[in-house]
Design a protein around this ligand. Sequence first.
Ligand SMILES: [Zn+2]
Length: 457
Amino acid sequence: MPAAYAGSQLATGVEPPELAYAGLPMPAPDLGAPGEMAAEDTEIAAAIEASAEWMTELLARLVDKDTTLGGEEAGQGVIREALWELGLEPVDVAMDPEALHAHPAASPFDWDVSEKRNVVATWAPEHRDGGLSLILNGHIDVVSPEPRIQWDRDPFTAHVAGEWLYGRGAADMKCGLAAILGAVRGLRELGLSPNAPVYIQSVVEEECTGNGTLQTVLAGYRADAAIIAEPFGAAITTSQVGVLWFDVVIEGLPGHAAEAGNAISAIEASLMMIGALRGLEAEMNLDPPPPYDELPHPISLNVGQIHAGDWNSTVPGECVTGFRIATYPGRSLHDLRARIEQVVAEATAEHAHSFPRPPKVVYRGFAAEGYELGRDHLLVDSLSSAYARHMGAPPALVATTGTTDARVFGLVGGIPSVCFGPYAEGAHGVGERVYLPSVVQTAQVMGLFIKDWCGVS
Ligand SMILES: [Zn+2]
């Protein structure tokens, strides 16, 4: 069970490199006896293997685009080109701010999304012939690479060293998009097409709201299952926490530092508030429900941003602190918000001299419920079996302490959903990288799964 998001799992028999992010080549996987591959399985795996270079090139082109929030379109352009190249027609699903603001499952936002586009291609048989339909989804947005000074190289120039590809988004999750497209390419090279529709999606805003995937659901894209190619490695995620973003806006009383006795520092008050919220975090980690009881610290409170002050000799009059906290599947965000506001109110009352006005709690960004899919669900079984056939051993079934768009499919669309993707390291960190052979393996397992789930002919 991974202890954190960076819980990308190594395939059985693969040893991790001694030093993460040092660019050391990973030992070649020795997976022991192969699973029972039918002749057609072997053909599919080989055709996808033949697209390995194409996938690496596509991944590099994607990493070369800075697709941080607001810049997603540069990456979507690459995805559209790749889809055309595969003979599929990309369709834009534009973000509709009004519809999103009105939707109860949307995360709140106060930035402009009106120019943002999700890209979806439908790969469908002329006449549906049994089989189950499938959504393959990945997000194009990445988080900021700051502080850039810590990177050896430009984070938005893909760099291959040994069997690793480095750069912001290499892991989270442009590698997954490359694997999805590689799987489709391999099957198409064999002249195969699915017996039920396969929807290929590249979405925006996974890293802050999940509203991109929500927009595709609102646009009517549904299927019998969804796989998100997040980089969890040799694992299928069946459970994920919920995530809530909130800002605490604290007002102090500005004044000259030389007369600090008459002023009240909003920064000092914020530090106290962080301490109070750490208490809530500790409380939430006390008695986790399964499977989170297997993890040492499933609920993380992250202080992600502090904006305060503008002069060293002025006592700061305002401090806005941006937080992220998690919650367990099945727990209501409404209750969590109430609890946060209670903690803030209690800390304010206890230290009344530090708060000339009551702090405000403001919600923007993630309002994501937790999500779980039964480990005995047909989707989990079927994907595990495709994996085991190809890799010679079953994947781990894991709970993650982060959120993914799987919850949007599951909770809003009623579409059973899991994550399965390449092995990668350093998501959101410095020296982010993906193990390239695992991109091919992910694509191969997806190819076999499409054969099993949708049927191909
Ligand atoms: Zn991701």
